[in-house]
Design a protein. Structure first.
Length: 268
């Protein structure tokens, strides 16, 4: 269960204590040009033009190689292009330049997750939480990594920690509901999903989850009604490989959705 955009942090913000300013040896004209390139890189990343953002960050890093934010941000756009090993190299270099900045560890953990390197991801999230016990993204992401290891009780505990600190963190609540279903706490999972859909009617992930769970429970009409909403919100949920490999739903949830997609009705 990737916590897509929430963990990756694609905006090109400066970390604390980073060498944010270009070298004093650069002229005002060059500094202004670099600021314009930075703005273009930020805009490209926000629009999903990650190859363009990467090229612009290449140019900035060539001019300001001691700025850890640039390395970390290039890692982010490389993750978005599935260039995971290259992203790890960028995050490692950013950490060498600014080891005190937790956001880079958070982002590197996400890359480790995408590679299935769960223990290394958890170590990075632990590092973040050692510095900030209330970092809700680190709790959510550590839950994802524990889920990758099959530690569903540990994942549920971490999602709950994130929810307690940020009750409106919808993705953590969604991950919590999915993990509950995997742990065979089906009624509680169903209630969580209903609550989320009631509060966020266009939350495609939970609409799809409701579809799968209701179908699995034999409530075919209600399941199909929710699927109509999913189809209009996010067509990716019709691709079981995407649900399993990218969104990383738990196995029991993925199987339930696959049963719905293949119209394999549950046994009464």
């Amino acid at each position: 269960m990737l916590t897509l955009l929430c963990s990756l942090g694609l905006l090109l913000g400066q970390p604390p204590n980073a060498q944010a300013e270009p070298s004093p040896s650069l002229s005002d004209a060059v500094i202004e040009e670099l600021e314009q390139i930075s703005d273009r890189a930020r805009e490209a990343a926000q629009q999903g033009n990650f190859d363009e953002a990467e090229a612009l960050l290449d140019a900035l890093i060539e001019q300001i190689p001691q700025n850890p934010a640039l390395w970390s941000n290039r890692g982010n756009v490389r993750v978005s292009q599935n260039k995971l090993e290259a992203a790890l190299e960028d995050y490692n270099h950013a950490i060498e330049l600014a080891p005190e900045f937790p956001e880079t560890y958070l982002n590197r953990g996400t890359a480790y997750e995408a590679l299935g390197r769960w223990s290394e991801a958890i170590a990075d999230y632990n590092h973040v939480l050692e510095q900030s016990r209330d970092d809700v993204a680190a709790y959510n992401n550590r839950g994802n990594a524990k889920a990758g290891q099959g530690d569903w009780s540990g994942a549920i505990a971490d999602y709950r920690q994130a929810m307690e600190r940020a009750p409106d963190f919808a993705l953590a609540r969604a991950n919590y509901a999915l993990a509950l279903y995997q742990a065979e706490q089906s009624q509680q999972a169903l209630q969580e999903m209903r609550n989320l859909v009631r509060r966020y009617p266009q939350f495609a992930d939970m609409r799809a989850a409701l579809t799968a769970v209701l179908w699995d429970m034999g409530k075919r009409g209600e399941a199909e009604s929710n699927w109509v909403a999913v189809a209009g919100l996010d067509s990716r949920y019709g691709d079981i490989d995407w649900v399993r490999g990218v969104r990383r739903w738990p196995p029991r949830m993925t199987e339930a959705l696959e049963n719905f997609l293949t119209l394999d009705a549950p046994t009464p």
